[in-house]
Design a protein around this ligand. Structure first.
Ligand code: RI2
Length: 314
């Protein structure tokens, strides 16, 4: 019998709720926190057989997956953590815990490595525009700053949740020369920008980018101004499901985030799509922990790094 709400394990429910309400946010961080919640759950969940254990783990994974429907990082993390070939219950618990620790460690290393790889493309004195709050994009910016490149940064505020405030706080802590603009000022400043660097929630098999709402407008503006557009993304943000052409679900969040008095409206509906799609031909390079690739090579990441074949997605 499946677990009822309240029984699935505090770590899973609490983590799921924090991810849903964005107290924990950012595609990489939610994946790491989900992995740690699965580890905790695997070590304590009551199970009398390996089959029962596997089915409990699958249920817990499902609960985490449904919190942020767009984030493929969650799906990839859950798959990597719950996968094991053990038949002994105790050994299986330990295997899942080890998978989780390895995922977290490799995820953190990936963010650092992306900084090193991405910063090679930053020139001295560059003005970098970034959107929302991406630890991978900030890793590139931080590394370029630490290398003494004398960069400056323009950060968007990123309505409706103002993740740009987190970005400018980090830039300020690092002592990086930066400015914040409203999202609609991007085109006005684009001629001052040498490089756009953004993070990713999903990279599709064709190399298109799903990222915070507003990213595609920035890419269009960069394209018009001939400004290079870089994506910083760990390989677990590439979507195997898109190999078979599965569409990426774009999360629509509540109207209160955009217009708190929405209940007073009679004929107007507030829409709040959280992400948008930037076609691959607006992207110059995707910096991953295994190297910088043109977006058109995304299929190879899914095949060789994530181990998916076309036949897996039939
Ligand atoms: P890192 C965020 O989503 C932003 O869209 C950001 O670009 C992306 O996750 C990647 O973030 P949200 O959780 O993993 O704010 O690079 O909706 O930190």
């Amino acid at each position: 019998m499946p677990f009822e709400r309240g029984q699935i394990g505090m770590s899973i429910e609490t983590t799921a709720e924090k991810i849903r309400t964005m107290q924990i946010r950012g595609a990489g961080l939610i994946a790491r926190q989900a992995a740690l919640a699965l580890k905790e759950f695997a070590l304590v969940v009551p199970a009398s057989s390996i089959e029962e254990f596997n089915s409990r783990m699958a249920e817990a994974g499902e609960m985490l997956l449904h919190t942020r429907p767009t984030a493929v990082s969650l799906g990839n993390a859950v798959r990597m953590v719950v996968r094991h070939k053990e038949s002994d219950l105790g050994v299986a618990r330990a295997a899942v815990a080890k998978n989780a620790d390895e995922f977290v460690e490799s995820s953190l290393q990936a963010v650092g490595r992306i900084g090193e790889i991405g910063s090679r493309r930053v020139q001295s004195g560059d003005c970098i525009l970034t959107h929302c709050n991406s630890s991978a994009a900030l890793s590139v910016i931080e590394k370029a700053h630490l290398e003494g490149k004398g960069i400056h940064v323009i950060a968007t505020e990123s309505r409706p949740r103002y993740q740009g405030h987190l970005t400018i706080k980090r830039l300020d802590d690092l002592g990086i020369d930066a400015q914040m603009i409203v999202d609609s000022a991007v085109r006005t400043v684009m001629n001052e920008v040498d490089l756009v660097v953004v993070g990713a929630d999903v990279i599709t098999a064709s190399g298109s980018l799903v990222n915070k709402i507003g990213t595609s407008q920035i890419a269009l503006s960069a394209h018009e101004a001939r400004t290079p557009f870089m994506v910083a993304a760990e390989t677990y943000k590439f979507s195997p499901e898109t190999l078979a052409g599965a569409p990426v679900v774009i999360e629509e969040r509540g109207p209160e985030e955009v217009y708190p008095a929405y209940r007073e409206l009679r004929s107007v509906r507030i829409r709040n799509p959280a992400f948008d799609v930037t076609p691959h031909h607006y992207i110059d390079v995707i910096c991953t922990e295994v190297g910088a690739i043109p977006p058109e090579m995304s299929y190879l990441i899914i095949k060789e790094r994530l181990g998916w074949q076309l036949s897996d997605s039939l």
